[in-house]
Design a protein around this ligand. Structure first.
Ligand code: FNR
Length: 177
């Protein structure tokens, strides 16, 4: 299954990026995960949506080629980061590439709640008319205190979290068939 991971943090040492890379490695062979580039997308602008810059076209092609999207989001001020919302706004217009394309949502934060509020917003957004992406209920991955679960080498080393991720990925593979 071809998956594009969209990571809501663009900083180099992002825990969410490390989580995306961990999933890329661990589920190799079952999920073919490519990490999408949202850093270089310009702000969404309706005036140019019909003929957007090349970077937007390339981004949309990556999503069009994918069977599903893996959202890996931090929480910024109780919501998803603006860079992620901006990417979704591009995807929600003209060719509306997310409609019917399944989503798997995960997220990590240093706080206890592990992006609960951000993911709640993200699920609302995925439900919107221009996005309309199916996602599984009952498989919510909130990784709190992430700085204690990822080691200095950037590896997720918290066994209960890994076991839960394994279950969710199994469920997602069945869900999207
Ligand atoms: C945060 N952080 C944060 N954490 C949280 O649990 N709830 C929140 O609302 C916020 N808000 C917030 C806003 C901004 C602008 C920043 C920079 C940070 C902390 C956040 O969870 C922490 O910095 C994570 O490490 C960010 O994810 P990455 O960059 O490590 O993937």
């Amino acid at each position: 299954m071809k998956i594009v991971a969209l990571v809501g943090s663009i900083r180099k040492e992002s825990y969410n990026l490390k989580l995306a890379k961990f999933m890329q490695e661990r589920y190799k062979g079952r999920l073919d995960i490519e990490i999408g580039n949202i850093r270089d997308l310009p702000h969404y602008d309706q005036d140019i949506e019909l003929d957007p810059p090349a970077v937007v076209k390339a981004f949309k092609e990556t999503i069009a080629d994918a069977d599903a999207v893996l959202w890996v989001t931090p929480e910024y001020n109780y919501s998803i980061p603006g860079v992620l919302k901006n990417a979704i706004d591009w995807l929600s217009r003209v060719d509306k590439l997310m409609i019917g394309k399944p989503s798997l949502v995960v997220g990590a934060s240093m706080g206890q709640l592990g992006t609960v509020r951000a993911q709640q917003h993200l699920r609302d957004i995925l439900f919107s008319t221009g996005v309309s992406s199916p996602n599984m209920s009952g498989n919510e991955v909130y990784i709190g205190s992430v700085h204690e679960k990822i080691n200095d080498a950037g590896q997720l080393v918290h066994e209960p979290t890994i076991a839960f991720l394994d279950t969710v990925v199994d469920n997602f593979i069945k869900f999207q068939k």
